[in-house]
Design a protein around this ligand. Structure first.
Ligand code: NAD
Length: 394
């Protein structure tokens, strides 16, 4: 992996329109995930539990075949978060990339063979979700499905897996909140906010697509946010300096512009004219939690900003969603940062930061954002069955 970072990143720049800096991070993330879980086989600890009349021990056994279904937004990392710990726990893996972004997955499969992973241990199977993905769900030898993608398809996968009581992990949509209190370092919060939502052109399940700002700091925050959004370098992702590229497809652009057309835009950043599915970074102001732009996952570079009056209202508004994946809290009061983190029903919260994902910490959603966790020290266990063995000393 390490020797192929630029090659893999280049494939993603061309296939998915990712910026070079993102694509290099993504390839490096797969390398780091593999490195981290390479030590997991020696650490798949069972327990020895005191019992009367003998000895009791637990062991973690591999499930068998694991099917990993990957979306188009982060083709490399999401694949690696599945196959890294799944292989480390002793399973074999079938990996299905998204229809639009199969190139890096195919190359990862070749690199695995070159690195000595036996044939059939990591098998990359490009194809349609309704064919290959569905076969993972229905084939009895696939003992677990790891699905990342839309909440709608995730529900179908879960229902299909129920037929065989098949293990399933779901990483689905999000509508995360970035909560900015008046006591925050507003310069820091406003400088970070565009990256928290416009990274990967907003095609990120962790995108903080709702910004909640305490009313007394609202005007000042917006006056700092506007230049930060306008300064974002939205150019051809093949240009090394690009900070945001186009959307993945005409369909995705249409779905984003439909949502934008249904609301009132406050200001936008720039975007190139011409070829490519470009949407400029877009900021919407709203005071209605019923607006579609406030409720629906956009999966594009659009953020809605709303004012709140106190901490309790901020928590209520942040939680007023069917999703619960991530979120940020900006405040200089760390007691409040911790308190609000505990009250927001989401799997990954950051105080004074917009980072959501570290491969050595758990990642996953509350509510309809998902089921189960990926990454972190416990991820290999999610690809095992725990067996209990009692040996009598009689
Ligand atoms: P999707 O859920 O349709 O596809 C995700 C993956 O599932 C793809 O590999 C696809 O081939 C596969 N798939 C599709 N139908 C399947 C089925 N019936 N059985 C098994 N596998 C199936 O997502 P999409 O069409 O790529 O994107 C649609 C929306 O989903 C986006 O606009 C966005 O809102 C959301 N999304 C979320 C994430 C995320 O990381 N949470 C990622 C991508 C898309």
């Amino acid at each position: 992996m390490d020797a192929h970072i630029d090659e893999l990143a280049g494939l993603e720049v061309r296939n998915a329109g990712h910026t070079w800096s993102n694509a290099r991070w993504e390839a490096g993330n797969v390398r780091d995930v593999l490195n981290y879980y390479s030590a997991a086989p020696e650490r798949l600890f069972g327990r020895q539990i005191p019992v009367a009349g003998g000895i009791d021990l637990t062991i973690h056994e591999p499930l068998g075949v694991v099917g990993i279904i990957v979306p188009w937004n982060f083709p490399m990392p999401i694949a690696g978060w599945g196959f890294g710990p799944a292989l480390a726990a002793g399973n074999t893996v079938g990996l299905k990339p998204a229809e639009l972004t199969p190139l890096t997955a195919i190359r990862l499969g070749e690199l695995a063979l070159e690195a000595g992973v036996p044939e059939g241990v990591l098998t990359v199977i490009p194809g349609k979700g309704t064919v290959v993905g569905q076969r993972f769900v229905t084939h009895p030898l696939v003992r677990k499905v790891c699905f990342t993608g839309s909440t709608e398809v995730g529900k179908q996968v879960m229902a299909g897996c129920a037929e065989q009581v098949k293990r399933v992990t779901l990483e689905l949509g999000g509508k995360s909140a970035n909560v900015v209190f008046a006591d925050a370092d507003l310069d820091q919060a406003a400088a970070a906010a565009p990256y928290a939502v416009f990274d990967n052109a907003g095609q990120d399940c962790c995108a903080r697509s709702r910004i909640l700002v305490e009313r007394s700091a609202y005007d000042q925050f917006l006056s700092l946010l506007e230049p930060a959004v306008k300064d974002l370098r939205v150019v051809d992702p093949a240009d090394e300096s690009s900070e945001m590229g186009p959307l993945i497809s005409a369909r995705q652009k249409q779905s984003v512009t439909d949502l934008v057309d249904a609301t009132t835009v406050a200001f936008t950043g720039s975007a190139p004219e011409g070829d490519g599915f470009w949407v400029p970074p877009t900021v919407v102001l709203t005071d209605s939690p019923q607006e579609r732009i406030w409720r629906e996952e956009v999966f594009g570079p659009v953020v809605a900003v709303m004012a709140f009056d106190d901490e309790a209202e901020a928590v209520t508004l942040a939680n007023d969603t069917e999703y619960g994946l991530s979120g940020s809290i900006y405040t200089r009061d760390l007691g409040r940062g911790l308190r609000v983190s505990r009250r927001i029903a989401a799997g990954n919260l950051s105080v004074n930061s917009h980072a959501s994902v570290r491969y050595w910490t758990p990642f996953g959603g509350y509510k309809q954002s998902g089921l189960g966790r990926e990454l972190g020290p416990d991820a290999p266990n999610a690809f095992t069955e725990e067996k209990n063995i009692f040996i009598s000393d009689e």
